[in-house]
Design a protein around this ligand. Structure first.
Ligand code: ADP
Ligand code: MG
Length: 583
């Protein structure tokens, strides 16, 4: 269908609003256009989290030369003609607004060659004005480059989220489309570094593995169901993967739903998914999963929200029931491993510990830490950890009695006295636990640990190390390491986490890179970071430092063991000591 300007009557019926509010929304719109054009390959290149440049190449139909100027006009679309068409939208786009909105706030270059044409055309538009138009030899398909986004709207620029957040949202959008369109080969590149690729084999499970990682995938079960829409004749198809009941989360945010190839937020449907688990989930816990829901286009209204993130169903309860039934079918057939058993395990035996290597190809830089079991364990003295998964505000709850520092033995253990006798504390383990818990808290609230610039050091790495660094660059960045590629297998290290002392920088980083080669998950990497930063055994600590450390430990969750399960505190009651003297 040719691109045409929508007439005013249709325009008035379109859910209007801001479509381009951030770099990630540009990525979303461009990817949707590529998919609507029938692309089998979509490459997304991002520079500087999208602030500098966003480019999307596709091998779709291309745009006829004479229509390219129209494509960037508001309300010009090839996907819709009449208001009636709004009731059965089968494309991702339909409003003809995205390219126009992007053109207005950036330097936009559209390069396209239509499938029947011998040559292509290139248009350059700045702030909405056409600057240049030229004929150009290119393969069939379209390349849209968006540079200097918001260059002419400084107010908007100011409100941009942090780079890390933006990257994460962009990654999520691309991965979502890769899952919903397994036949399409996606490549995502950030600052010349490929961070995600799907193969376009058409196999949905393959893409899900790429996105969630193998270990998490192994703990998911396949959903496949079909329901007839009453009084309609059409069918609702539900397929996907959901978590086993013994794996769960504190909220519903990890239930990713697609309706007719569109990622949507729909509280009622995510509720349907958790409902399907019935009594199998502990109270206040939710499953996670990815579901592709296919419904007849007539029964879904996508014209509800400007960013098209919400949909409305003609018969919402039918869709609700179909989703719930499909999930319940696999969940009920699933024999539930005893929850009680899990609770008897040591606190450190968490799900991700027994299943290495974990999160292969993991793209989740969100430090979405597997749910902690700690808050369900008592440490024998019934002290609650200082904060729980549910607690919004970390409260400084005491986790140990007040301890008075008496001294240090062997430059490794701090001798303290408490209400019930003597406590010997391993300085390294204690510090490791404290650091880890504080990092975790920081990462729950912000994107990255605090980083400090250092005098640039170049580091040479092996091919294997290089691969590990490349694959985990974002993760390292989240920890506060700023590494720049500096030739083949060489990096310039420009910043490190603030707590890392000068002398430990190289050895610490080397240790982490070694762990990365073992493909550990972000959680474990964080534990190792705490480990390399923590004060070493063999270091004589000044009294004030020991006091500060102990004071911190008194308020740290799980103070009795470090994150690797090693004992931190040995307790000798006065009675025990007395007994030793008596024989
Ligand atoms: P919409 O997608 O809602 O139609 P857009 O502003 O996103 O509006 O795009 C306008 C028109 O430009 C589309 O209808 C389509 O015809 C054309 N177009 C945009 N991107 C592409 C692309 N990657 N390949 C082919 N055609 C495209
Ligand atoms: Mg569009």
């Amino acid at each position: 269908m040719a691109i045409r300007l929508l007439d005013d009557r249709v325009v008035s019926q379109i859910a209007a609003g801001e479509v381009v509010e951030r770099p990630a929304s540009v990525v979303k719109e461009l990817v949707e256009n590529a998919l609507d054009a029938g692309a089998s390959f979509v490459q997304i290149e991002i520079a500087d989290s999208g602030r500098r440049r966003i480019q999307v190449n596709d091998d779709g139909s291309g745009i006829p030369v004479e229509e390219v100027p129209l494509a960037v006009m508001r309300h010009a679309t090839s996907k819709l003609v009449t208001a009636d068409d709004l009731s059965h939208i089968e494309t991702l786009g339909f409003r003809g607004e995205a390219l126009a909105s992007v053109a207005a706030v950036s330097r936009l270059t559209v390069t396209s060659r239509y499938r029947d044409a011998d040559v292509g055309v290139r248009l350059r538009i700045e702030g909405g004005e056409l600057i240049e138009q030229a004929t150009i030899g290119v393969p069939v398909g379209t390349i849209i480059a968006v540079e200097n986004l918001f260059f002419n709207t400084p107010a908007r620029k100011k409100f941009l989220k942090s780079d890390m957040t933006e990257k994460r949202v962009i990654n999520q959008i691309v991965m979502n489309y890769a899952m919903a369109y397994p036949h399409v080969r996606f490549v995502l590149i950030h600052d010349d570094r490929e961070v995600f690729r799907s193969l376009g084999t058409g196999n949905f499970a393959d893409v899900v593995v790429k996105v969630v990682g193998l270990s998490q995938f192994r703990q998911m079960v396949e959903v496949s169901g079909q329901d007839v829409v009453r009084g309609h004749g059409g069918t609702i198809r539900v397929r996907g993967f959901v978590s086993e009941p013994n794996l769960n989360r504190k909220d519903r945010t990890r239930i990713t739903l697609f309706v007719n190839g569109r990622a949507v937020q729909d509280n009622s449907l995510s509720y349907a998914v958790s409902q399907a688990y019935h009594t199998l989930l502990p109270k206040g816990r939710y499953p996670y999963g990815i579901l592709l829901i296919q419904v007849p286009p007539e029964i879904v209204d996508v014209n509800v929200h400007p960013t098209k993130a919400e949909v409305r169903f003609e018969d919402a309860s039918a869709v609700f029931a179909a989703v719930q039934r499909a999930v319940r079918d696999v969940i009920l057939g699933y024999s539930q491993p005893s929850l009680a058993n899990r609770h008897q395990t040591r606190p450190m035996d968490r799900d991700w510990d027994d299943d290495k290597p974990t999160r292969i190809g993991q793209m989740d830089f969100g430090f979405d830490i597997p749910d902690r079991a700690d808050d369900e364990f008592s440490f024998g003295d019934n002290q609650r950890p200082a904060y729980t998964d549910e607690g919004e505000q970390p409260q400084r709850v005491r986790t140990l009695p007040v301890l008075r520092v008496l001294g240090q033995i062997g430059a490794a253990y701090i001798v303290t006295e408490g209400p019930a006798g003597m406590y010997l504390i391993d300085q390294h383990g204690a510090h490791q636990r404290i650091l880890y818990e504080s990092f975790r808290r920081v990462l729950e609230e912000s994107d990255a640990l605090e980083s400090q610039p250092i005098e640039t050091q170049t580091i040479d790495v092996s091919v294997a190390e290089n691969r590990a660094i490349q694959a985990n660059m974002d993760m390292l960045e989240r920890l506060g390491f700023v590494l720049e590629s500096f030739g083949i297998n060489t990096y310039a290290l420009r910043a490190v986490p603030v707590e890392l002392t000068q002398t430990d920088i190289i050895s610490g980083l080397a240790h982490l890179i070694e762990r990365l080669q073992e493909r550990i998950d972000p959680e474990t990497l964080l534990m190792h970071l705490a480990d390399v930063i923590a004060v070493k055994r063999g270091v004589i600590m000044p009294q004030e430092d020991m006091q500060a450390l102990i004071r911190e430990l008194e308020h740290t969750p799980s103070p009795k063991q470090d994150t690797f399960g090693e004992t931190i505190i040995l307790h000798f009651s006065a009675e025990q000591i007395a007994r030793q003297f008596r024989n």
